[in-house]
Design a protein around this ligand. Structure first.
Ligand code: G6P
Length: 582
């Protein structure tokens, strides 16, 4: 949800370096982008094009996911005050921007955008006019501004970048000749492994070769430099048309790596997680989007072993969860930065619940606020639609349930995913057909209910076909009214699940075009007993792996349908990969 970059260098560097770094954060938002390199301000709509002739020693850049104000070049960042004295890039939301704007307008400030962020530039311009020094102005801002922010600010005639943080992520990367401020470490993880993470209400003054950190009262603070490591798959697309397909095809590798880590480098952390689950009266997961669906599958696995487990969409957590000191709250998040999850965890911590997390991006906020955090080790996901992260989240939860007696053979999961990916030509044929429809319904039960919802999410995100994923049993209570001749219905039929077979027959009888994802041999082969043409047969036991594998089949179906429609698969409209606003 917006990415920001700031660079201060000992030597001159090409201004396009700012955009190169920004491009690595493009998954945080891609409505518009811009940069300021101390001589020129450039702002454009759409995808980041790394170009530019100039050279500089300092600059800031921003890629936007629009919240306040439409996708226009006036609303693109960076923003300036009236006299072009102050330039800012902001990620987050200034909640009381209207009050601040009225106050500044009374003092003669004129605004040129509809954003909340622009008030920040005018605010500091006004404070500097009042002859406040910058640090005092920042302390005032931290008192007066409400909301969430990571702000980078440059002031005319000053060779520093001022960086301020509250609730939106901000990190300082240290390279040999440059200091790089960014929304997350991925911006510079290819050129350094050293970083300092900002905490809330801290700010820093970054100059050529030096940095100083301050608390909100202006007192200087000492910060530790963290040496980070992060397994990254090569983030080049290479022969792949889209990152999404590349990431699906990485699933066998990353799931095997994650499972192995639980026997080795994450063994102790895993043991502690098992022990916390044992000691807790109940488990509540908090997550959003795809991670929520993985947590729903996790709740199913744990529940099957007799553990009291439930999951809640993080934005509704405090409305529906009763948590106390005997509750273990497990946050699931790919980015580790989702604001709704962070809020749910803060609420859980206030209620004295123990908070642990499973995250992908290391050193993320959620990881750092958890008493214990395990890495899902999926490596960087570039495509906005999450795929390999889901597989690793679900596999880790299945591995956890095994500790409590859930029977599953995880040793061959990677092989089974490979086998499924090998069926991609057949899946592409089915998907092409599906892509001609305006609606699709996906049905599941038990372990495949969360998967039905996840497949529907994938279909919506990247094809823009309306899709609903639901419980097979619930269909007859309303949604069946929408089934017409030819409506595609994807049915996830676990072996011998007679109820799912009946639910499939109910829609088939009403003319639905059935697509079956199953491990039931009755559907196997063109001459299968069930005589359904569009079948993805997964040769696996019904042991918890089927849910994960059925989801991979759904990811491929959604991908090929979107490809047939010529969609922008890696950057679907209106979405962002990291959602750092409520
Ligand atoms: C966004 C992404 C989804 C993701 C969700 C939760 O909506 O587009 O792909 O599932 O956020 O993100 P998290 O990083 O917490 O898993």
């Amino acid at each position: 949800m917006c990415g920001i970059i700031g660079v201060v260098s000992r030597d001159e560097f090409p201004s396009r370096f700012l955009l190169e770094r920004l491009k690595r954060l493009e998954y945080r938002g891609y409505d518009s982008y811009g940069y300021y390199d101390s001589t020129s301000l450039k702002r454009n709509l759409g995808e980041i094009i790394v170009a530019g002739e100039g050279k500089t020693r300092i600059g800031i850049a921003h890629t936007r996911w629009a919240t306040h104000g439409g996708v226009t070049s006036e609303n693109a960042h960076p923003h300036m005050g009236c006299d072009d004295e102050v330039v800012i890039a902001h990620n987050g939301i200034i909640e009381n921007y209207k009050d601040l704007k009225v106050m500044l307008e009374k003092k003669g400030h004129e605004f040129s955008s509809e954003t909340d962020s622009e008030v920040v530039a005018h605010y500091f311009e006004e404070k500097l006019k009042e002859k406040k020094d910058v640090k005092r102005a920042i302390s005032d801002f931290l008192k007066e501004a409400h909301g969430t922010f990571a702000i980078l600010m440059m002031i005319k005639g000053d060779d520093s970048i001022y960086a301020i943080k509250r609730d939106s992520p901000l990190v300082l990367g240290m390279c040999e000749d440059k200091l790089i401020l960014a929304s997350d470490i991925y911006a510079f993880s290819d050129i350094t492994t050293k970083a300092i993470f900002f905490e809330n209400d801290e700010y820093a003054v970054i100059k050529k070769g030096s940095y100083e950190f301050y608390a909100k009262d202006g007192k200087r603070i000492r910060k530790d430099v963290t040496s980070f490591t992060w397994q990254q798959e090569d983030s080049e697309k290479r022969a792949y048309k889209h990152f999404m397909l590349k990431e699906i095809e990485e699933e066998p590798l990353v799931v095997a790596r994650m499972l192995l880590s639980l026997e080795h480098e994450q063994k102790e952390a895993f043991r502690r997680l098992v022990s916390l689950v044992k000691k807790s009266r109940k488990i509540i997961f908090a997550a959003c989007g795809t991670s929520y669906h993985a947590s729903l599958l996790g709740a199913f696995y744990l529940h099957t072993t007799g553990i009291e487990a439930q999951t809640l969409i993080a934005s509704e957590f405090k409305h529906y969860a009763n948590v106390d000191a005997d509750t273990l709250v497990i946050a699931i998040s790919q980015s580790g930065e989702t604001m709704d999850v962070i809020d749910a965890l803060k609420y859980a911590q206030e209620k004295k619940a123990k908070v642990v997390s499973l995250v992908n991006v290391p050193y993320s906020t959620i990881q750092r606020m958890s008493a214990l955090s395990l890495s899902i080790m999926a490596g960087q996901e570039v495509a906005v639609a999450s795929t390999k992260a889901f597989v690793n989240q679900a596999a880790l939860l299945l591995r956890l349930a095994q500790e409590f007696g859930y029977k599953a053979n995880l040793a061959n999961l990677a092989e089974k995913i490979k086998g499924l990916i090998a069926q991609k030509d057949e899946i592409r044929r089915i998907a092409k057909d599906m892509s001609r429809s305006k609606d699709a319904y996906i049905l599941g039960r038990g372990q495949t209910y969360p998967v039905a919802r996840e497949i529907a999410l994938k279909v919506k995100e990247i094809t823009y076909i309306h899709a609903e994923g639901m419980m097979g049993g619930e269909l007859k209570h309303g949604t069946i009214a929408l089934i017409e001749k030819g409506t595609p219905v994807i049915s996830l039929i676990g072996c011998k699940d007679e109820d799912m077979i009946s639910n499939s027959k109910e829609v088939e009888a009403r003319g639905a075009k059935m697509i079956i994802i199953t491990n039931n041999p009755d559907y196997q082969g063109k001459k299968g007993k069930a005589k359904i043409k569009d079948v993805v047969f997964i040769d696996t036991d019904n042991d918890g792996k089927f849910g994960i594998l059925a989801c991979v089949a759904g990811q491929l179906l959604a991908y090929y349908a979107a490809d047939a429609l010529g969609r922008e698969i890696d950057k679907p409209r209106n979405l962002a990969k990291s959602v750092t606003v409520k």
